[in-house]
Write a protein that binds this ligand. Sequence first.
Ligand SMILES: Cc1cc2nc3c(=O)[nH]c(=O)nc-3n(C[C@H](O)[C@H](O)[C@H](O)COP(=O)(O)OP(=O)(O)OC[C@H]3O[C@@H](n4cnc5c(N)ncnc54)[C@H](O)[C@@H]3O)c2cc1C
Length: 424
Amino acid sequence: MGTSDPDVVVVGAGAAGIGAATTLAGHGLGCVVLEAGDRVGGRAFTDTEALGAPFDRGASWLHEAAANPLTPLARRLGFTLRDEGRRRRRDILLLGGRPATEAEHAAHAAACDAWEAAAEARAGAGLDMPLAAAVPQAGPWDATVAHWFGAIINGAEADRTSLLDYVATALGGQNLQVAEGLGTLVARLAEGLPVMLRTPVSRIRWDGLGITVEGPRGVLRARGCIVTASTGVLAAGGIRFDPALPAPVQAAIGGLPLGLLSKVALRAAGADRLGLPAFARLARQVEGAADRPMSWMLWPFGRGHAIGFIGGEAAWALAREGPAAAEAYARAELARYFGPEAVSLAFAPGAVVTRWAEDPLFLGAYSHAQPGQAGARAVLAEAALAGGRLRFAGEACHTRYAGTVGGAWDSGAQAARALAATLG
Ligand SMILES: Cc1cc2nc3c(=O)[nH]c(=O)nc-3n(C[C@H](O)[C@H](O)[C@H](O)COP(=O)(O)OP(=O)(O)OC[C@H]3O[C@@H](n4cnc5c(N)ncnc54)[C@H](O)[C@@H]3O)c2cc1C
């Protein structure tokens, strides 16, 4: 690999890998981070070229900002953080082709609260079941609320999500957006770390006391190893383990599949901003069983682009159909608010469509636990193979802040501390 054998090999240079490497350095352990891709950051990636302004293709919000380990780091490095209120009056909520009235906004907000309260109450009994079985179904806003919290926020529909895991990992605190891009922040935090790009790991041998990490660029032996590839990659056999992983660990990986959230960004054609302010949000009521609305954020930071979000099964279907289908879907969605003519005048041709599902280094957006698999995150986080020298980290391993950059970072730091204790 062109490097001497380190104490620890970290596989993957996303937030978890960077958090792990930073913590290992703090414990005086030498490490090398092997990253298959040609950049650091993983699912936190700010594209500064496609739209002529920072565009987070993956993560963009610092969720639960008060508890998020990246919030103080961002402030110390001088990043510009913008507070996003929870539900705001200037959001447009569309139903039946017209904006909702004040009373309808209030009914929608009440349905959101009732949905979350029902999930929490049922989870209190400690019985795992599909989230969909625990929440209201019959109200006029319930399908819309389920679509928002399930397919969009969670990246997976409520009927395939564990109730207990959903409640345990629900996010409710302050959300901050990073003007320079959350991916820019994560990349900045990787500066100075021993990362080797374009260095995929294809096999990890953990039969003896040491660990051997192999890939097309060579072999490294190490005293310890932290694997941070997504559960999508691990479940697909993207890394071969020799001997095979113990059945409970393999089952935990399988119980934490990745959901999907895709973004479709359209660029403004000129100065027309459709009469809407920076950060305006659009959402609409679900109309019937097959309806899968996109949610929108317009003109973030006053920039000349709009970002549509589509999640769950509809996002997987669009990923299979390709970017042209996703663009057509996005334009048709916007036309519901403004009419097709205004959309074609306001937006330039073309779209930037994220492709997390298709990328073999990710194979989805972020993990959810399947019904009955509420304990899987703890199993994976606590797996201590090869006498504690081989560990897993990443967003899927966090029992509280799963699915987030802060959770991934913290999980990497936790694995590094555990490994440091083992290695002495
Ligand atoms: C569209 C989208 C929106 C999101 N929005 C938010 C948000 O607003 N806020 C938030 O907090 N989170 C958000 N997330 C989730 C967040 O991005 C992830 O939870 C987090 O970045 C995961 O970090 P990680 O280190 O666990 O995994 P990753 O970022 O996936 O890092 C793993 C790394 O391992 C590498 N790798 C894979 N296989 C190999 C191999 N064989 N050899 C070597 N390297 C390998 C990958 O290339 C990758 O760089 C979003 C995600 C997506 C996709």
